[in-house]
Design a binder for this molecule. Structure first.
Ligand code: AHM
Ligand code: MG
Length: 342
């Protein structure tokens, strides 16, 4: 890989081209998808930034497929991604957390060999209180033979992802992505409208600092999960205590822990036996990134990316972060299948 330091000015376009050159067989289609995602991210960032100014705050009238109220920015972000991605000739279909079924490529456009799965605006319930939100995306190759992508193409295990990434709309806008050659972060310079390489080859620290979990669900956790959380806090035979941090916006919690080390957990609980987070739009892409950064991700027992999906909006429990913290979870939780969604 071409070596870049955080001080040389490298645009995301240049970086993607350099990565593509490492694969002589590459057709440029995947690179095209990444450019288009970067463009969609800039458009969404500009809307998120002006959210307090324009009349786009608040709930849309309809409910999404998860039965949650959609925020208007969710709807906008969803549309922006679909419109930025549908005409490039690189995708054969898309799926979004905000739409019930597969999003087809309109007839007038060419179909390509990749599928895009995305959560357009994760953590959107936080928009009204000015907390960071994010976009998460995953790319897999089409495996069926027809022109258009089908359900079978979407329901591939995370191990088959060819690219994944997220955008965090925080105090600055950052895009982090992987194509399986490390995880790399880019910060949007708003004065020139470009994502610049700011975090080459991210490595998650193994001596984790943070524990991110919504412990108001503790009453619904089973005993192993309760014990695990106590150990992370340095109690009941645990090691150095982790410090509690929970934004409630997955991208923000994940991003902080990716840079600072630690673990994000959304365990299964008696009220939500499969947890809350979506395998295809949230857990898989972030698992690809964290593994590329030297960390891990499990559902309590299995590597998230080994799960065979059976439905588009499938949920999964998630333990994701520094390797040692994830292995601690695996050790304590493996052997139980009741609350891991297995
Ligand atoms: P969303 O995709 O509808 O925004 O929901 C996902 C969000 C994540 O960003 C966050 O980690 C989680 O929901 C928080 O859930 P809870 O409020 O149950 O802790
Ligand atoms: Mg989400």
């Amino acid at each position: 890989m071409v070596k870049h330091t955080a001080t040389s000015v490298v645009t995301i376009e240049r970086f993607i081209i350099e990565q593509e050159r490492l694969h002589p067989e590459a057709t440029g289609e995947l690179s095209g998808i990444l450019y288009d995602m970067a463009l969609a991210a800039k458009m969404i960032a500009s809307k998120v930034r002006s959210a307090g100014l324009a009349d786009i705050l608040g709930s849309a009238e309809n409910e999404n497929v998860q039965g949650e109220m959609q925020q208007r920015l969710d709807v906008l972000a969803n549309e922006m991604i679909v419109k930025a991605m549908d005409h490039g000739g690189r995708l054969c279909a898309m799926a979004s957390e905000e739409e019930p079924g597969i999003i087809s490529i309109p007839e007038q456009f060419r179909c390509g060999k990749y599928c895009l799965l995305f959560d357009p605006l994760d953590g959107s319930s936080n928009i009204d209180v000015n907390v960071p939100v994010g976009t998460i995306f995953s790319v897999v190759r089409k495996i069926t033979r027809g022109k258009h992508g089908e359900m079978e193409d979407m329901l591939q295990p995370g191990r088959r992802q060819v690219a994944a990434g997220y955008v965090i709309y925080g105090s600055s806008t950052m895009l982090v992505y992987t194509t399986g050659q490390g995880a790399h972060g880019f910060t949007l310079d708003p004065s020139i409208g470009e994502f610049l390489l700011s975090h080459p080859n991210i490595r998650i620290p193994d001596d984790g600092r943070y524990l991110s979990v919504n412990d108001s669900y503790e009453q619904h956790w089973d005993d192993d999960v309760k014990l695990l959380m106590r150990r992370y806090r340095g109690l009941d035979g645990g090691g150095k205590p982790l410090s509690g941090r929970y934004v409630g916006s997955l991208v923000a919690d994940f991003h902080r822990n990716l840079l600072g080390g630690g673990i994000f957990a959304y365990p299964a609980n008696r009220k939500s036996p499969k947890g809350k987070l979506r395998l295809l739009y949230e857990a898989n892409p972030l698992s690809f990134i964290v593994e590329e950064a030297g960390g891990g991700a499990i559902d309590g027992v299995r590597d998230v990316m080994n799960i065979d999906p059976t439905e588009l909006h499938q949920r999964t429990p998630l333990y994701i972060g520094s390797k040692s913290a994830v292995e601690q979870a695996r050790q304590l939780l493996s052997g139980r299948s009741e609350l891991v969604g297995a």
